[in-house]
Design a protein around this ligand. Structure first.
Ligand SMILES: NC(=O)c1ccc[n+]([C@@H]2O[C@H](COP(=O)([O-])OP(=O)(O)OC[C@H]3O[C@@H](n4cnc5c(N)ncnc54)[C@H](OP(=O)(O)O)[C@@H]3O)[C@@H](O)[C@H]2O)c1
Length: 248
């Protein structure tokens, strides 16, 4: 049966695949027929993801993406790719008055520098097929809304969306599409680690017309669309996934 959303025959790299959205994306891509290369730092959790996947030929490559040498080594170990999901990232609340160069650099290195340098290295080393698709896990934060204490995180995500659009323009002639998914709060370790009380969480949830945060698989399904041939005419797009949060 013809299915334009199928990833059958495609080879895809997913960063941040040891947890949350990246793990769900790796699992769902495998169910859609892709061969998936997973990357993150935590070997035990990458093995757990691998055990949850369907199909054959999946592999993981351990890399700390804040190190440029590790990015080069990762790319050298990869085969030709049809899709890339640049998803690894961290979050943290820092009030503007508490910002230091160290805190700025720390979040910037993994959320902004890593996906930019990885894109550059993949293209330079000709690892991306024609056609292929790069999907950045950006955020609703900064791009579609702002919130107190989120300045550094939101700035890194605005930056990655700006890079995504520029890369979409520059790489279109090579048949490489670039898009981002921009979720609001999704139930992963990342939000569990934020310093938010149960009361604040309940108040925050009330702002969502659908009355819940997203599930990692719901972001994975949007990523699958952008990786697939169904999105062959879509490039430079920031796809908002927010349970209606920013309607009002
Ligand atoms: N959850 C949300 O509400 C939400 C909303 C909008 C956007 N996002 C974005 O979605 C992406 C995934 O977040 P998540 O919610 O799934 O969080 P998560 O469960 O904490 O997963 C983060 C992933 O990033 C990897 N990672 C972190 N630092 C790394 C480093 N230095 N080198 C390589 N990998 C690294 C982690 O792997 P290791 O620790 O094994 O290295 C992990 O696999 C992030 O870019 C985040 O900003 C999340």
């Amino acid at each position: 049966m013809h299915n334009p959303f199928s990833l059958s025959g495609k080879t895809i790299l997913v960063t941040g695949a040891s947890s949350g959205i990246g793990r769900a994306t790796a699992i769902e891509c495998s169910k859609m027929g892709a061969r998936v290369f997973l990357s993150a730092r935590n070997e035990a959790r990458l093995c757990e993801t691998l055990a949850m996947m369907e199909g054959e030929g999946h592999q993981f490559i351990i890399a700390d993406l804040t190190e440029e040498e590790a990015i080069k080594a990762l790319v050298d170990q990869l085969p030709q790719l049809d899709g890339v999901v640049l998803n690894a990232g961290v979050a943290g609340l820092v009030p503007t008055m508490g910002i230091t160069s160290e805190k700025l650099l720390q979040m910037q290195q993994i959320n902004l520098n890593a996906p930019i340098l990885l894109t550059r290295t993949l293209v330079k080393k000709r690892k991306l097929n024609t056609p292929s698709s790069i999907v950045f896990t950006s955020s609703a934060a900064g791009v579609f809304r702002t919130s107190v204490g989120n300045a550094i995180y939101a700035t890194t995500k605005c930056g990655i969306d700006a890079f995504m659009r520029t890369a979409a323009l520059e790489l279109a002639s090579r048949g490489i599409r670039c898009n981002s998914v921009n979720p609001a709060m999704v139930e992963t370790e990342l939000i569990k680690n934020l310093p938010i009380s149960e009361e604040e969480r309940e108040k925050n949830l009330q702002q969502y017309p659908l009355h819940r945060y997203g599930k990692p698989e719901e972001v994975a399904y949007a990523i699958i669309y952008l990786l697939s041939d169904a999105a062959a005419w879509t490039t430079g797009t920031a796809l908002k996934l927010d349970g209606g949060l920013t309607i009002g």
